[in-house]
Ligand binder design. Structure first.
Ligand SMILES: [Zn+2]
Length: 171
């Protein structure tokens, strides 16, 4: 769900824009579980610069979410689109994400990924989840998510666990 627009995806493939700041498959960093982040480091603002750079990159490439390992850092940290976060009244930065419950109902939607240019794939996911993480200030947060938010959180949490939509082959 990182790329919302196929048009942009084509531009990446044709080399019109520089996507080098993002990691793409088969980079091994995308297949590894990311290192957890400490509350102390978050509180000390250690990742503020990284988060700001990731936000710039996500906007530049019109992503809906971006995980740190897609940006070359093996850290359990991801961001989501600020509008999507605001609409759902949740933060847009998450560390050490965990999905603690998957709802029984699923749906299937075609997803793309900034790390897999040119690949679009129907992915089955839970419509509702319970999500747990730390926010950018190190506070513990837990909330129920549904719809688009639930899908994006599942996609990005997959990245943190070393998985991509290529590992989610359901139709
Ligand atoms: Zn992705």
């Amino acid at each position: 769900m990182d790329v919302a627009y196929k048009k942009l995806d084509k531009r990446i493939n044709s080399g019109d824009i520089d996507s080098m700041e993002l990691t793409t498959i088969p980079n091994i960093i995308l297949t590894r579980s990311c290192d957890p982040i400490s509350v102390e480091d978050l509180r000390a603002g250690k990742y503020e610069k990284l988060i700001a750079s990731m936000e710039k990159a996500m906007i530049k490439y019109k992503g809906v979410g971006l995980a740190a390992n897609q940006y070359g850092k093996n850290l359990a940290l991801f961001i989501i689109d600020k509008k999507l976060a605001d609409v759902n009244n949740v933060p847009s930065v998450f560390a050490n994400p965990e999905i603690t419950e998957y709802g029984r109902e699923n749906d299937v939607l075609e997803e793309g990924c900034l790390s897999i240019p040119g690949f679009w794939h129907p992915v089955k996911r839970s419509k509702k989840i319970m999500f747990k993480a730390l926010d950018s200030e190190g506070n513990k947060i837990k909330f129920r998510a549904r719809g688009m938010l639930a899908r994006v959180l599942q996609h990005e949490t997959d990245h943190i666990n070393g998985k991509t939509i290529k590992d989610r082959g359901q139709k």
